[in-house]
Design a protein around this ligand. Structure first.
Ligand code: UDX
Length: 464
C-alpha cells in the first residue's frame, strides 16, 4: 500500500451522521479522505463546507479538512475504488418499514457497487450496526465480486459514537473493536487508529461475529438500563416514592453507576429503538430469541413512558385535554441534535394534539424537521412563544436553554403555571418557588405551595 503523510488513503461510503463525522475526523488526523454518497445534493453541500444536519463542533472540522485538501466528497464509486486503500462503509441500517428487522439494502448496495471495481488489494471495513452473520455474508460476496478476489478483504469495526458528541467520540473513543479475518487487517486498523490508540483508547481484536455483537449488545445494555429505571419510575408512581432520589441511590453504587440511569421519557433516536428490535428479530430467526426476550419488555416499558407522559399532561390540565393549550419545549430525540427519528418528544406532542389539545412546539434546532414530519402541530420561534397562554408546559428534550430557563419569565406568559418535567432535568425547587405546580413521572406531586418533603431534604444532603 502506498503512503501519504499519515500513511493510508481512506474512503468513507455514506455521508450521514456517522460517515461525515468519521471522514472529517480522519482528515483531521492527517489522512487523505474521500467521502462518497449517492445523493448529489448532499455531496455538493458537504463540498461547500455545509453540514446537512446539526452536530456540535463538526462543521469547523469539515471546513478545515476541505481547506487542507485532505478531505473531498464525490458521488463516484469508481473514483473511490481507484483512490482508497481502506474503504469504510458508514451507510444506514434503519428498521424495515414492514417488520422489526434491520434493512440491510444500503449495505448490500454499497458492496454491490464497490466490489466489482476493486482491482487492487484493499480493506473494506463495515461500521454499521448489523445482525450477526451479516459481515461473513458480505465478506463472501466481496470476494466473489472483486477482481482482486480475497485480497479485497472485509473487516468489521462497529461505531459507538453518540449524536451530539460525534467529534469527541470519534477522535477519542473509549474502545475500538476490530473484527478481522487476518493479522494484516488488524495491522491496517491499528495504523488508521494510531492516534486514539496512542491516547489510550482500548483496542479489541475479535472475529467478525463478536464485533457485530459488540455493538448490538452495547446498545441493548444501554436501553435496558434506561428502561430499568423507567420501570422503577412506574413503581414509584404507584407507591408515592421518588424515582429521582432512587436513581441517585442506585447510581451511587459503583457496580451500577449513574450513567444512563436518568428516568423520564425514555429513549428514542435512530439507534437504540431500532437496534434492540433488530437484535431481537435476528435472534428469533436464529432460534435464540429466548435469550433476548427481555428486550421486548425493555421496548414496551420505553413505549409506555410516552403514554404515561400524555396521562401526566392530562392530569395537569385537570382531566381533559380537549381545547387545552399546551406548550412543548423540545422536539429532537435528545439535546444537541436535530435528529427527530423516533423522538419521544414529538410522539408525545402528536398524541396530545390527537386528543384535542392545541400544541405549540419549540426546539432550538429541530423545528424544520419537526414541521415536515408533523405539520399538524403549532410551532414557535422561542420557548417564551411556545409557552404563551399555555395551560400546561412540557419539558420533553433537556436542551440547556430549557433547563436554565427562568421560571419567573415563563410564568408571566402562561395561562396557568403547570410544568411537567419529562426529563427530570429542571431545578424543581426553583419552579415551585416561582409558583408552578411541578410534575414528573415517578415522583410525588408537588403543588406550588407545598413544603419540601423529607425526600427533598435527603436530596439536598446528598448534593443531588
Ligand atoms: C446511542 C449510543 O449511546 C451510541 O453508543 C451508539 O453508537 C448509537 O446509539 P445516541 O442514539 O446518539 O447513541 O443517543 P444516546 O445518548 O445513547 O441517547 C439515546 C436516548 O436515550 C435519548 O433519547 C436519551 O434522551 C435517552 N436517555 C439517555 C435516557 O432516557 N436516559 C438516560 O439516562 C440516558
Amino acid at each position: 500500500m502506498s503512503g501519504t503523510a499519515a500513511g493510508l488513503r481512506l474512503t468513507v461510503l455514506g455521508a450521514g451522521y456517522l460517515g461525515v463525522a468519521h471522514a472529517a475526523c480522519l482528515a483531521e488526523l492527517g489522512f487523505d479522505v474521500l467521502g462518497v454518497d449517492t445523493d448529489a445534493g448532499r455531496v455538493s453541500a458537504l463540498s461547500a463546507g455545509n453540514l446537512p444536519f446539526f452536530e456540535p463542533r463538526l462543521e469547523p472540522l469539515l471546513r478545515r479538512g476541505l481547506e487542507s485538501g485532505r478531505l473531498r466528497f464525490t458521488t463516484s464509486y469508481a473514483e473511490a475504488a481507484r483512490f482508497g486503500e481502506v474503504h469504510f462503509m458508514c451507510v444506514g441500517t434503519p428498521q424495515r418499514a414492514d417488520s422489526p428487522e434491520a434493512d440491510l439494502s444500503q449495505l448490500e448496495a454499497c458492496v454491490s457497487a464497490l466490489g466489482p471495481l476493486l482491482e487492487v488489494p484493499c480493506l473494506v471495513v463495515g461500521k454499521s450496526t448489523v445482525p450477526v452473520g451479516t459481515a461473513a455474508a458480505l465478506a463472501g460476496k466481496l470476494a466473489r465480486l472483486a477482481p482482486a478476489g480475497p485480497a479485497a478483504e472485509l473487516a468489521w469495526n462497529p461505531e459507538f459514537l453518540r449524536e451530539g458528541h460525534a467529534v469527541d467520540d470519534t477522535l477519542r473513543p473509549d474502545r475500538i473493536v476490530a473484527g478481522v479475518q487476518s493479522r494484516h487487517a488488524e495491522a491496517v486498523l491499528r495504523r488508521v487508529y494510531a492516534a486514539p490508540l496512542a491516547a489510550g483508547s482500548q483496542f479489541f481484536v475479535t472475529d467478525l461475529a463478536t464485533a457485530e455483537l459488540a455493538k448490538a449488545a452495547a446498545n441493548s445494555f444501554l436501553a435496558t438500563k434506561i428502561s430499568f429505571i423507567n420501570a422503577m419510575s412506574e413503581l414509584c408512581g404507584a407507591a408515592g416514592a421518588d424515582v429521582a432520589v432512587l436513581a441517585g441511590i442506585l447510581g451511587a453504587d459503583p457496580r451500577i453507576g449513574g450513567a444512563f440511569l436518568r428516568p423520564g421519557l425514555g429513549f428514542g433516536g435512530g439507534c437504540l429503538p431500532k437496534d434492540i428490535r433488530a437484535f431481537l428479530a435476528s435472534a428469533d430467526q436464529a432460534g435464540t430469541g429466548e435469550s433476548l426476550a427481555f428486550l421486548r419488555e425493555v421496548d414496551a416499558i420505553n413505549t409506555r413512558c410516552r403514554a404515561r407522559m400524555v396521562d401526566l399532561a392530562r392530569d395537569l390540565a385537570g382531566g381533559s385535554l380537549a381545547g387545552t393549550v399546551i406548550g412543548v419545549l423540545g422536539a429532537a430525540f435528545k439535546p444537541d441534535s436535530d435528529d427527530i427519528r423516533d423522538s419521544p418528544a414529538l410522539d408525545v406532542a402528536a398524541a396530545l394534539h390527537d386528543l384535542g389539545a392545541r400544541v405549540t412546539v419549540y426546539d432550538p434546532v429541530a423545528l424544520d424537521k419537526a414541521r415536515q414530519a408533523h405539520p399538524e402541530l403549532g410551532y414557535a420561534g422561542s420557548a417564551v412563544e411556545a409557552a404563551a397562554d399555555a395551560d400546561v408546559l412540557l419539558l420533553l428534550t433537556e436542551w440547556r436553554e430549557f433547563t436554565e430557563a427562568d421560571p419567573e419569565i415563563l410564568g408571566k406568559v402562561v395561562a396557568r403555571r403547570n410544568i411537567a418535567d419529562g426529563r427530570n432535568a429542571l431545578d424543581e425547587e426553583a419552579w415551585l418557588r416561582a409558583g408552578w405546580d411541578y410534575r414528573a413521572l415517578g415522583r410525588p406531586y408537588r403543588a406550588a405551595t407545598s413544603q419540601p418533603g423529607p425526600e427533598l431534604f435527603a436530596r439536598a444532603d446528598r448534593g443531588i
